[in-house]
Design a protein around this ligand. Sequence first.
Ligand code: C5P
Length: 230
Amino acid sequence: MYQGKTVDAVLPAAGSGTRFGAGYNKAFVTLGDAPLFVHALRTLCAHPAIDRVFLVMQEKELASLPDLCLYGCDDTVIEFTEGGATRRESVQNAVLRSDADIVLIQDAARPFITFSYIDGCLAALETCRGATVAAPATDTVKIADEKGLVTQTTDRARTWMTQTPQCFDRKTLLRAYDAYDGSYEATDDCMLLEHLGEAIAIVPGSRSNIKVTTPLDLVLAQALLTGKSF
Ligand code: C5P
């Protein structure tokens, strides 16, 4: 509960992990003392504003779930939800089951979520219906056409690399699902609200809030976890 509003978290962990290349869902690769997805899960379970956590997995993977209590997760707040074919569908399956005022969405592949990111997103919802953590771009970002020719360069001073957590007024997100026509792939949930013309607030994050997508990212995550400097 946050300022009288109920808050559910959604943790999509139902990807295939093709780009990671382990041959199984990367959510189960070991990082430090726990499977990758457990790092974000235990932070969400411990945050005082979060009432429930929907852990989204493919049905066949539920059988290989470890005892989450052994990793310090309060399993009384966890509910399991079946994953979909895309990230958007996986998240939507959980959002449709939630009846909370606010939903907070966190990629299971991002282990370094903090209470301060969660607090920042919830506070931003006091003035907007959507908010995302994002890091300022350090590279110059270009858009290319299908032939690989550059068509545009974004203004780096206003370019942000979007991360999670993201949080939303749940009824507005439901309205965005109704309006979604499938003409684009929503690789994050903010995009759905942007198509409604809704303002999305940016909560400044850090480049260390990485997403584990490839084996190199796991090496980086291990170094960040142990505080190793490069
Ligand atoms: O593919 P991407 O790296 O953007 O995925 C981000 C998160 O979405 C991962 O935690 C992944 O497990 C999850 N996902 C999902 N269902 C899918 C595809 C991705 O829950 N069908």
